[in-house]
Design a protein. Structure first.
Length: 434
């Protein structure tokens, strides 16, 4: 039966995503009512700048006092799209104290304090949903924690930041340098004025922390995720990747150890074969590749950012939470029963592409090969190309290894830097997805 009393929603934040949420709630009100079984009513919108014109939103709904909005006594669901740590954390906690379930898109907060927020929601008997926190419109969190709940996930690898994928795609397809591609991304609105969170991997690392916890049923914080940015990726790296039949992506890679006793979580640029499904993800799109024991290999693909795509994920959560409210039930909360430790990056085993500037003279290759062998890193292929440097002679030496532990590779590189014949380590790139 249809309930006539509306479920009242407090919208915390009304930027790009929040304004789209409000618009969809208004324009699709009848459909949402039918899907939920009761009307949902936007009861208030908390903002920082009340004087800003917000088309389609009744000015009477606008307030700068988010706490007072939550404490009105008639709010059923809060949608938090403020972002950042504070005041979002305090407001979500306040919502739980007031008996209000929460839908959030806040990846940074969930990566840092997800365990505490889940505990607060569970204690209050309320929902905390956050599909929009990872990969925008792509349905990912709900499939991981519901559709695949009966399976065992072993690996998740994905492109979870649209800005960096746009930049790397332009470098690959046009031969542009990093700065040129970044400037284009900024001009098109894909990159912020300060792109640090994207290009240094902080955004992807927060998403990786959330996904690791869900995939492997363990608690993972942002500090547990190994992170490297992609600002040092060069046109020369892409040229080397093409010679190997690869391209370069900034990847979030989450793995369960072979013995099942630990997990790893990392974000860094990597070469992947052109035959891998992630290699064809272009522009600002996201894609996540999941490997599970029973289901096999699955890929989730779509727009990973933007107002409308992210709002789509928020509204999906709103419908789910509203249905739970009507049923006087809650959806799945945190699952952290495995309590698996997060292994350090040094334990990760993969292949590597190392580019060295070396003296162009006999015996150099033997020295380099001996250094790799002394550290237990086996060489797969070597390519050497001489070039005049204006004074003496130098050569570019590219080494691709077999699989080795990251700690062993780090020791190898440190030793290489000490060789008189090695003028510099031009780049180090992991090779994934083979």
């Amino acid at each position: 039966m249809m309930r006539t009393r509306p479920l009242k929603v407090a919208l915390l934040g009304c930027g790009v995503v929040g304004s789209e949420v409000a618009r969809i709630m208004t324009t699709h009100a009848d459909d949402l009512t039918q899907r939920i079984g009761a009307p949902v009513e936007l009861a208030g919108v908390a903002v920082r700048r009340p004087s800003k014109v917000r088309e389609g939103i009744d000015p009477a709904l606008i307030t700068t006092d988010a706490t007072a909005l939550l404490k009105r006594g008639d709010i059923d669901i809060a949608i938090e799209v403020i972002g950042g740590i504070e005041p979002a954390r305090t407001l979500i906690t306040t919502a739980f104290e007031q008996g209000i379930s929460v839908v959030s898109a806040n990846k940074a907060l969930l990566a840092q304090d997800g365990a505490a927020l889940h505990a607060a929601a569970e204690q209050a008997g309320l929902d905390l949903y956050y599909e929009a926190a990872v990969a925008g419109a792509i349905p990912l969190i709900r499939p991981l924690r519901e559709s695949l709940a009966g399976d065992k996930i072993n690996r998740v690898m994905g492109i979870v930041n649209g800005t960096t994928n746009f930049i790397l795609d332009k470098m690959d397809s046009t031969g542009a340098g990093y700065q040129e591609a970044l400037d284009e991304a900024t001009a098109l609105g894909y990159a912020e004025a300060d792109p640090t969170a994207d290009v240094e991997g902080y955004d992807a690392a927060a998403k990786a922390a959330i996904l690791t916890g869900i995939a492997f049923h363990t608690r993972v914080r942002l500090d547990d995720v190994y992170r490297e940015g992609m600002t040092e990726v060069s046109a020369a790296d892409f040229a080397s990747a093409k010679r190997m039949g690869c391209t370069i992506k900034l990847l979030a890679i989450l793995e369960r150890a072979a013995d099942g006793e630990s997990v790893t979580a990392r974000v860094h640029p990597a070469m992947i074969p052109l035959s891998h499904p992630l290699a064809s993800v272009r522009e600002a799109y996201n894609a996540v590749f999941v490997e599970a024991e029973a289901a096999g290999r699955l890929m989730f693909y779509g727009p990973g950012a933007g107002g409308a795509p992210t709002a789509s994920a928020v509204l999906g959560d709103l419908v789910a939470v509203a249905r739970n409210k009507l049923a006087e039930a809650t959806g799945p909360g945190e699952s952290a029963y495995t309590q698996l430790p997060v292994s350090p990056m040094g334990d990760v085993v993969t292949r590597y592409h190392i580019s060295l500037d070396v003296a162009d003279k006999p015996g150099v290759l033997a020295q380099v090969a001996t250094t790799f062998a002394e550290h237990g890193v086996s060489i797969d292929t070597v390519r050497q190309q001489g070039r005049p440097d204006g004074v003496g002679k130098e050569a570019s030496l590219v080494v691709v290894t077999h699989r080795a532990a990251d700690a062993a590779l780090s020791g190898t590189v440190e030793a290489l830097r000490k060789l008189d014949t090695v003028r510099g380590v031009a780049s180090i790139m992991r090779v994934e997805g083979e």
